[in-house]
Write a protein that binds this ligand. Structure first.
Ligand code: CP
Ligand code: NVA
Length: 308
């Protein structure tokens, strides 16, 4: 018998959360942040372990999950295919069966979203998407927390995504109906977000070509690198395709006067964003990065300590 009953709860995309749960999670993240700052000793995950499988590089995701588990009294294991049997061809399903008999949750950063789905289908414990080619839901939890802290509820606000229709963009699309904002995506032809993800968001999202059209009146401007991990060989061609898609002061001037700027990081100054913007007064990227810790602690609570 492989699967326990009831089936564990996963976070593979933001659509795994109801709008109510997502909002409650942000409120809890803000609470956990305040508790940490106040020095409250809160260790609800004593003796619990999180396995973290990283097929790609990471700074923020690794450090935030590991630190979050330690703060909660638990432990995180960093697992790389380079030094586990995954890299020697052990099937993902077998990894899921074995790991999930030992640890309490698994976070995976992988190339193919399908790998994540196959792992989750054979896991006895919650599986968290730490970034796939399809989505980066943990990033969005931190971004939404950051917007809430700086500007209040994002409901009814206008968000502009400038650049590649990549994994983070797909998660902005998933988040639009969950948090009830309007998203305008400006991307060059051939770099659109996932069509199924876009269709599911319906009237909350539209794709345009002109970055100024997307930025016009926006409350939040977001971008990401032009070449994601695994696309390094396309870097030169992408730099040409995205040349008109830099978030700079001229583009920020199209947005609402109190618009915020976000970027999941790492950033390439002088490519997708100018140094003046990312290091400027409208940028909240450092809070955004820090909030990975708080939002993911709230997520771990939700998945591992569900309300009775
Ligand atoms: N934003 C983000 O996921 O960063 P890392 O790649 O450093 O984890
Ligand atoms: N789109 C980027 C995000 C990195 C956090 C990538 O996939 O490399």
């Amino acid at each position: 018998m492989d699967k326990p009953s009831p089936a564990p709860r996963h976070l593979l995309t933001l659509l795994d959360l109801s709008p109510e749960e997502a909002r409650a999670l942000l409120a809890r993240a803000i609470e956990l942040k305040a508790m940490l700052r106040a020095g409250v000793d809160y260790r609800p995950l004593r003796h619990r372990t999180l396995a973290m499988i990283f097929e790609k590089a990471s700074t923020r995701t690794r450090v935030s999950f590991e630190t979050g588990m330690v703060q909660f009294g638990g432990h995180a294991l960093f697992l790389s295919p380079r030094d586990t049997q995954l890299g020697r061809g052990e099937p993902i399903e077998d990894n899921a069966r074995v790991l999930s008999r030992m640890v309490d949750a698994v976070m995976i950063r992988t190339f193919s979203h399908e790998t994540l789905e196959r792992f989750a289908a054979h896991s006895r414990v919650p599986v968290i998407n730490g970034l796939s080619d399809m989505a980066h839901p943990c990033q969005l939890l931190a971004d939404m927390q950051t917007y809430l802290e700086h500007r209040g509820d994002i409901r009814g606000r206008r968000v502009a995504w400038i650049g590649d229709g990549n994994n983070v963009c797909n998660s902005y699309i998933n988040a639009a109906p969950v948090f009830d904002y309007q998203l305008v995506i400006a991307c060059p032809e051939g770099f659109e977000p996932n069509a199924t993800v876009l269709a599911a968001a319906g009237a909350h999202c539209q794709v345009v070509r002109d970055p100024r059209e997307a930025a016009a009146g926006a409350d939040l401007i977001v971008t990401d690198v032009w070449a994601s991990m695994g696309q390094e060989e396309e870097q030169r061609a992408r730099a040409i395709a995205f040349a008109d898609y830099q978030v700079n002061e001229a583009l920020m001037a199209e947005a609402a006067p109190d618009a915020l700027f976000m970027h999941c990081l790492p950033a390439h100054r002088g490519e997708e964003v100018s140094a003046a913007v990312i290091d400027g007064p409208q940028s909240v990227v450092w809070d955004e990065a820090e909030n990975r810790l708080h939002a993911q602690k709230a997520l771990l609570e939700l998945l591992l300590l569900p309300p009775a």
